[in-house]
Design a protein around this ligand. Sequence first.
Ligand code: CP
Ligand code: NVA
Length: 306
Amino acid sequence: MALRHFLTLRDLSSLELNSILDRASELKRQQHANQVYQPFKGKVLGMIFEKSSTRTRISFEAGICQFGGSAIFLSPRDTQLGRGEPIEDSARVISSMLDIVMIRTFGHNIVERFASFSKVPVINGLTDDHHPCQLLADLQTYQEHRGSIKGKTVAWIGDGNNMCNSYMEAAHMMGFKLKVGSPKGYEPKPEFLAEFAHCVEVFNSAEDAAVNADLIVTDVWASMGQEEEQKLREKAFLTFQVNEALMALAHPECLFMHCLPAHRGEEISENMLDHKNSVVWDEAENRLHAQKALMEFLLNENAKRA
Ligand code: CP
Ligand code: NVA
């Protein structure tokens, strides 16, 4: 049996994805009821962060601790990863001492190379191309508030970035329609779009994408690693703010999500996070529960191989 990783959403089947989402809500109920559940005593998660993080780091670390295991935070600044030790060598060594590894980095090929030399499951905690863990939380949150997302319409407003790519995969796997509203030149890359013509439509207007949507999602205009483009992007994205007026074009029950951190006054209006249909705080909390369900799935799959 092959070693299972989670580098993009499509490393799971639709069936597995749905069962992880249901399990996430079940683990959430248990956690809220203060039930102790420690199936992974002695298991160690390694967390490699080449970019900053609040939610991803805390949710993974808290999650493995709640399961009875522990986590090691590894930054390139303090390890040999930052001094040029090859990914392949690092992967062999690091994975020989750990039970599961999470990586947040730049190029998606870095997590792929790490995974291909790893002896244990590898989770993508965000690359320049994908943020699949965030999608687990977003899908869980939609399901908890509105039921099945199948057949619904989701509007992605803003940059055709890593989050947008993961939304395209989710649309394909979960059976919803994705309307992407991006400024010219900032649409998702053609190589990602190519596969998803059946479920993704691109507009160069936020309004056209938002009409009748059941969920509106946005993200920062300049992602980590694009800080130098901030000023240029502020101009290009000026008419792509999610605000009360944009929400008014959508379905009355339309939810609002943002992976956070958010920039009030840029991609969202000052009060958007507090909009009556905003579920951003549940979305952030669900990172914990969704990733616990993911780690449980991967650790159990790996145990079956032994
Ligand atoms: N949404 C998200 O991944 O947040 P962090 O960058 O804080 O981990
Ligand atoms: N697109 C953003 C997401 C942050 C969680 C980034 O890559 O910086």
